[in-house]
Every structure is written in C-alpha cells, then in structure tokens.
Write a protein that binds this ligand. Structure first.
Ligand SMILES: [Zn+2]
Length: 264
C-alpha cells in the first residue's frame, strides 16, 4: 500500500476517481443477505460456489438468480433429440440440486433465452426488481469487461450481458426512486447494495479462502450432469483455486474485485 492509498483509505467518504481500493489482506465478514446473479445453470458453481458455500455455513442467506435456464446446453453432451424446452427443465433441476448442496436458500429463474442475452433495459429492470424485493447487502456477479480468458476461451456473450445488466441494476437503478417508477407502483422501494463481489476480474482485491469448502464446490458442480458428462472437473477446479490463492499463500481461493458502494 502506498502512502497515498493509505491516506485515501483512512478518510471515510473520500474515494477519488481512478483510485482503486487497495487489496484487503483480511477477508470481509460474510454479508447477511447475498444475491448471486449468473447467466446459466453451472456458471455459479464453476466461479463462486466455494465463497457461497462458506458464507452459507457462516449464516448468510443466499438468493441465487439464473437469467437463462441453459436451454442451449453444450454440443458435447446434449443428445441430438433434445429440445431447448426439455433441456431447460432438466438444467433448472440440476441448478436447484447444486444450490441445495451449497446451502443457497432460494433459486430464481428469469427464463431468458440461452445464447441470446443482451444487456437490455428489460433485463436491467428484471434484476432491479429482484434486488429491490430481496434487498441484498452484497451481490456476486461476473465482470462485463472480460472478453478474453487467456488465449483459449472467448467469454460467452451471455456472461457479459448478465454482468453488465447486473451492475447497472445495482447502480443506479436499484437505489434511485425515479428509475423504473413502475417498480414503485409494485411496492418496491429503492435499495442500496453495499458491496459487489465481481469474479473473473483482471485485478482482484479480495481473496476468499475456500480450502475447507472446495469439496462442497465440487459436489455442487457435479450436480450439472448434463454438462459434465463423464468428465471429472476436480483437477481443473482445484488448479484454478490454487492459482487464485497463490498470491495470498492460500491453498484454494476465489478471487474478486470487491466494490464497496455504501456503508453496510
Ligand atoms: Zn455460462
């Protein structure tokens, strides 16, 4: 931490534009109520399931939002006779089972079309509605700016669209009364989300130690049978967790860019 960083950090209320919060060596206290927002069944399990399992065990109430029901599947393991509707039903059940393993309290599906998401105002409104209804202290979502993972994976457009709409719903839509006034008519008052945990970010500042719940993360991931087929993800997921924990001396971690938007 530089002298300048420490000065900014120790002055409540002052966050100069362009100055990022320094990496925090201590883990944040598990938020009381968390909303996890992702595009497809299994996204959450690959990316943030360890953190959610850990927080659920510490007493957090977690609501999981899946924007699509994964009806497009994957070519490898989707039988040729399968329909989008048929697969969506199976994958919703897999997502509910995975969430049960993690200790997630509630799973919600917005049932947008898999593979066709846009960061539309309709999606932003739907996510704003859920944030105002459930009033989470923290939201966990992806990074909309992430286009490339190394040289081997182009980030899925649904992931980018969901993350974009989620962040725009968090700020300014959820907290501003006169954005989406129709939500006020539904009885949904503004709500300010205190912090956002963004996974996949290129410059993470928060590392959650998932060593004790890595097995829970893997068990939840394995509930997505239609996507994994015979493949065992243990080696890959364990390696990811080791890579994310390395800079902190942790055996297994999930790394986030944490944005603190309001005092909890
Ligand atoms: Zn996905």
């Amino acid at each position: 931490m530089t002298e300048f960083d420490s000065e900014i950090h120790s002055t409540p209320g002052i966050r100069e534009r362009g100055v990022e919060a320094p990496a925090d060596p201590t883990e944040p206290v598990p938020p009381r109520l968390v909303m996890s927002i992702h595009a497809h069944p299994d996204d959450q399990e690959f990316s943030v399931a360890g953190t959610l399992a850990k927080w659920a065990r510490a007493g957090s109430t977690i609501v999981s939002v899946c924007v699509t029901s994964g009806g497009a599947g994957s070519n490898e393991y989707t039988p040729p006779h399968m329909t989008r509707g048929g697969l969506a039903l199976i994958r919703e059940e897999e997502q509910r089972n995975a969430c049960r393993v993690l200790g997630v309290a509630e799973v919600l599906f917005l049932r947008y079309e898999d593979g066709m998401l846009e960061p539309s105002l309709a999606l932003r409104r739907d996510l704003t509605r859920l944030i105002r209804r459930h009033r989470p202290a923290a939201v966990v979502c992806g990074d909309p700016t992430l286009r490339f993972y190394g040289n081997f994976y182009l980030n899925h457009p649904d992931h980018r669209a969901t993350a974009d709409a989620a962040l725009d719903a968090i700020y300014p839509s959820a907290g501003t009364r006169l954005i989406f006034p129709e939500l006020i008519d539904e009885g949904l008052e503004p709500h300010r989300v205190a912090s956002v945990f963004i996974h996949g970010a290129s410059r993470p500042n928060t590392f959650i130690d998932i060593t004790d719940v890595l097995d829970v993360k893997l068990a939840a991931l394995k509930e997505h049978r239609t996507q994994l087929g015979e493949w065992d993800p243990t080696e890959m997921v364990t390696q990811w967790a080791a890579e994310q924990g390395k800079s902190r001396g942790l055996d297994a971690a999930e790394a986030f860019r944490r944005m603190v938007l309001a005092d909890p």
